[in-house]
Design a protein. Structure first.
Ligand SMILES: Cc1ncc(C[n+]2csc(CCOP(=O)(O)OP(=O)(O)O)c2C)c(N)n1
Ligand SMILES: [Mg+2]
Length: 596
């Protein structure tokens, strides 16, 4: 696989000394272990840019050039989703930050760690260049994003900058993870530092270990769980580690608990396990709903919208089960956005992280049960076997989203595929997740344009692993984020972008149809202002123009497998690939519509 350090090598760098304040920012990022900085350039950070190239030699961190700040932020998000580790990005003064803001919101809603570097100024008006430095100087730039970052600062000295970077490192790595923003005054960046200046020892400001629950709450929860007749575990946002995955399986098997998972969050439990109740979706399917209805104890492991899920299932009726709520998410909640969702029930509430809590619960339940499992070994779900094969769909009538999913399921054999993100149309019945890296969850904040960048960031993170990274993206999402493809081409980032191309913003056709039905108006007009057709975009040509190998449109089921195979071969040789697949309009599971 390609070593990214082969790209964009500076010459004559020699052995430079740390001499300017911007060198301090660069040095601190290196000491934080930040490997990459995705960015779009700008004069507001020309001092910092020089530090990265000519002081650090464009290595640890290495710059990843993007054509839009949206992509820069989403690449950092994709990297964090695959690793639980922060990447950095740099956004040019105010205009770049404004472009990148939606990506920061997605990253915030996804609770991923990220260092966002920005710039302003010079704050000292006396040293501003006419016009441009004035329009790119703002007071309190952080105010634009303060409601959806965990911390922000605009330090006034090199020493203060160094300390801020230490704080950023600790803050973003402490749960709940989220981005932090550091705005570098252009005047400060270009000022010389005191040669005697000492950098803080970052190893003495380490983030805490994952937060466990108090034993009293564990005991209370364990008593409920071991005595439960029909316990259910709702697996929400958890980490990518194999240990945590194994422990969650152990706990479910010990308790004989049915397990529900969610497409909003990354893979958390094997979907082919007999205790997994039904394919993941945006809302629990019938089998899971039935179990939740009859559950007497529910263990909520950081489920994203517990109140919303219960509302779908119980309406305004009481939830009969005792609920054990495990999450540190409330530590981030503020009054600006409503991404805290409705109030989650908690008969036992643990302000703690899922990984230590599952370990604690395992120990407490094992000792109460003398190590004997409560599970009778029966299949509680219906998911052990995939229902259907691609050939069932080969009727010469085009490719449905179900066929596309089954196609992916067939080509995955013998490969470790990571699905970074998938369209709303994805048919979860046709594809199992059996490893924590099999699926990385959705965009977080529902902000389109995220797909290509996020996929490329995950591809970057996993390029030296045994994973083959694939994204299944809508045509609307792809086009909003499409110039990110050039970055994948330039740095040879291995990722297959498979476009589920229904030539429409189809999600919103469904909404227009819903409204038309509610108002007794013609549903035939639902496509107006939605279809991306006439002219149809030649997505393969478009990708090729950005330097990415590509094919399509693929229009028949018969052509699908060879086309995906060919794309995967290119990706496995270390390069990106775009496959344009025409799919029929329609979703495997329609999203729940808000009726009148
Ligand atoms: C930035 C942004 N703009 C608009 C929307 C509203 N929106 C949600 S889904 C969607 C359609 C997406 O189309 P596509 O990616 O092709 O997926 P499809 O539903 O067609 O499978 C739109 C416009 C959004 N979520 N984010
Ligand atoms: Mg579409």
């Amino acid at each position: 696989m390609t070593d990214l350090n082969e790209f964009d090598r500076p010459v004559n760098v020699g052995n430079p000394q740390m001499g300017w304040a911007s060198d301090v920012a660069a040095e601190m990022l290196r000491r934080m272990g930040i490997k990459y900085l995705s960015m779009n350039p700008g004069a507001s950070y020309r001092g910092f840019h020089d530090s990265l190239v000519n002081y650090l030699g464009n290595e640890d961190p290495q710059m990843i050039l993007c054509l839009h700040e949206d992509h820069a932020v989403h690449i950092a998000q994709g990297y964090a989703k695959a690793t639980d580790e922060p990447m950095g990005c740099i956004l040019h003064s105010n205009v770049g930050l404004m472009h990148g803001m939606m990506g920061i919101f997605n990253a915030w809603c996804n609770r991923v760690p990220m260092v966002v570097m920005g710039a302003t100024g010079p704050v000292d008006a006396a040293i501003r260049r006419p016009w441009i430095d004035w329009i790119h100087t703002m007071k309190d730039q952080g105010a634009m994003i303060r409601n959806f970052v965990k911390y922000d600062d605009e330090p006034r000295s090199a020493q203060a900058l160094a300390e801020t970077m230490v704080r950023v490192n600790k803050t973003i790595r402490t749960a709940p993870a989220a981005p932090a923003y550091v705005c570098l005054d252009a005047g400060l960046q270009e000022s010389e530092i005191d040669p005697e200046m000492k950098l803080p020892d970052i190893s003495r400001f380490l983030p805490p270990d994952p937060i466990p629950a108090p034993q009293s709450a564990i005991d209370e929860a364990a008593d409920l769980l071991v005595n439960a007749r029909n316990p259910v575990i709702m697996m929400g946002r958890v980490k990518r580690g194999q240990d945590g995955w194994d422990q969650r399986i152990k706990l479910a098997e010990l308790l004989g608990a049915g397990v529900v998972t969610d497409m909003k969050t990354a893979a958390s439990f094997p979907t082919d396990h007999p205790l997994h109740l039904s394919p993941p979706g945006n809302r629990p399917r019938a089998e899971a709903e039935a179990e939740i209805k009859t559950a007497d104890v529910i263990l909520d492991l950081n489920w994203i919208d517990l109140a919303g899920t219960f509302k779908l299932i119980f309406g305004n009726s009481e939830v009969p089960a005792k609920v054990i709520h495990v999450s540190v998410d409330s530590l981030l909640h503020n009054g600006w956005s409503s991404d805290h969702m409705g109030m989650p029930l908690g008969d036992v509430t643990m302000l703690a992280e899922c990984e230590p809590v599952v370990n604690q619960l395992l120990a407490a339940c094992e000792s109460r049960l003398d190590g004997k499992s409560k599970w009778d070994g029966k299949n509680k779900g219906r998911t052990a076997e995939i229902d259907g094969k691609l050939s069932d769909y080969d009727e010469g009538g085009g490719i449905s989203v179900e066929a596309l999913t089954l196609g992916m399921n067939e080509v995955r054999k013998g490969r470790n595929i990571t699905l970074t993100n998938v369209t709303i149309g994805w048919a979860a019945d046709g594809y199992h997740f059996t490893h924590p890296l099999d699926y990385l969850g959705n965009d977080g904040g529902g902000g389109l344009a995220s797909g290509p960048g996020t996929a490329i960031g995950s591809g970057l993170a996993l390029k030296d692993s045994d994973r083959t990274v694939v994204a299944v993206l809508g045509d609307g999402d792809t086009m909003q984020g499409s110039s990110a493809l050039w970055t994948a081409a330039h740095y040879s980032i291995p990722v297959l972008i498979l476009i589920s191309n229904n030539r429409s913003n189809f999600n919103d056709e469904i909404h227009q149809e819903t409204v038309a039905r509610m108002r007794d108006r013609p549903v035939e007009n639902r496509w107006i202002g939605q279809r991306i057709d006439d002219p149809e975009i030649d997505l393969a040509e478009y990708a090729a123009a950005l330097g990415v190998d590509s094919a399509g449109p693929i229009t028949t089921v018969g052509d699908l497998l060879p086309a995906i195979e060919a794309g995967l071969k290119v990706v496995e040789s270390g390069k990106p690939y775009v496959l344009n697949v025409h799919v029929q309009k329609g979703y495997a599971v329609p999203p729940p519509a808000r009726e009148a």
